[in-house]
Design a protein around this ligand. Structure first.
Ligand SMILES: NC(=O)c1ccc[n+]([C@@H]2O[C@H](COP(=O)([O-])OP(=O)(O)OC[C@H]3O[C@@H](n4cnc5c(N)ncnc54)[C@H](O)[C@@H]3O)[C@@H](O)[C@H]2O)c1
Length: 251
């Protein structure tokens, strides 16, 4: 199968978790993949690039490099993200708030802004943002104490996606923009948190109970949805949100 044959993709946050699974799947599906992260890669699946999504100059450098090497960019997956401990409205400090917003929201915004320009020049493309069920519900207390900054950043990513999608469609750029909102997945973001939790087994059981499918999501299940949105099969899909949460929000 080669659902992305001939396409050029940039995936951020690709050294770990959902971004890594997506970069691997896109590579398997025939895309030329540039895997970007701010930290080193173990066993890199494809071409790797060091970048900090908070920095506009990093984005510009990476996009210029991809266009120079591959001629264009067809797909961007904005998977880089952070979730900090102690993120309640009472305990989130101004620095925590700023850090969370800078990575999760500002990074996604700069990526949408600069990549859509490059895509539009080549006639189109697909941008896939990554929000969270915590951008739709304040129910962060299921494992962590709260999701004040995290949830706010992810709610903003959902709305940024809609605004970008409308604008880019109305301007006839050919660029689609969609968002995936995962539930709880078995990635280092969640597994490391559970490992450090005083009752990790109990916290994991609460997640599994809250997701009616009864388990954590697998990173490759996220990658399958990203693959659809990246592919030409989703040519009529823009401004949409795909909730991939094992039924959490449908309870
Ligand atoms: N795992 C889940 O259950 C879950 C649920 C909802 C949403 N999400 C979202 O999915 C995305 C991926 O999460 P994950 O679970 O794979 O997490 P992860 O921690 O396994 O991977 C995140 C990656 O982003 C990178 N990153 C962080 N800050 C960066 C920066 N400034 N510049 C470049 N790279 C940076 C990290 O180095 C890391 O490799 C995040 O946006 C996260 O908020 C995850």
């Amino acid at each position: 199968m080669s659902g992305l044959s001939g396409k050029v993709a940039l995936v951020t946050g690709a050294a770990s978790g959902l971004g890594r699974a997506t970069a691997l799947r896109f590579h398997e599906e025939g895309a030329t993949v540039f895997a970007a992260d701010q930290r080193p890669f173990d066993d890199p699946p494809c071409t790797t690039v060091e970048m900090d999504v908070r920095r506009q100059e990093d984005w510009q450098r990476v996009l210029d490099m991809i266009v120079a090497q591959a001629g264009r960019i067809d797909v961007l997956v904005n998977a880089a993200g952070i979730a900090l401990d102690g993120d309640t409205v009472a305990t989130c400090t101004p620095d925590m708030w700023k850090d969370t917003m800078e990575v999760n929201l500002d990074g996604t915004f700069i990526g949408c802004k600069l990549a859509s320009r490059v895509m539009a020049e080549a006639g189109g493309g697909s941008i896939i943002n990554v929000a969270s069920i915590n951008g739709a519900t304040g129910d962060g207390g299921i494992v962590a104490e709260g999701v004040a900054a995290y949830g706010a950043s992810k709610a903003a990513v959902r709305m940024l996606t809609r605004s970008a999608a409308r604008f880019l469609a109305e301007q006839n750029t050919g660029v689609r923009c969609n968002v995936i909102s995962p539930g709880y997945f078995a990635t280092p973001m969640v597994l490391d948190y559970l490992d450090a939790h005083e009752d990790g087994a109990g916290a994991r059981a609460r997640i599994e109970e809250a997701q009616p499918l009864g388990r954590l999501g697998r990173p490759e299940e996220f990658a399958g949805v990203a693959l659809f949105l990246a592919s030409d099969r989703a040519s009529a899909v823009t401004g949409s949100e795909y909730v991939v949460d094992g039924g959490y929000l449908a309870r």
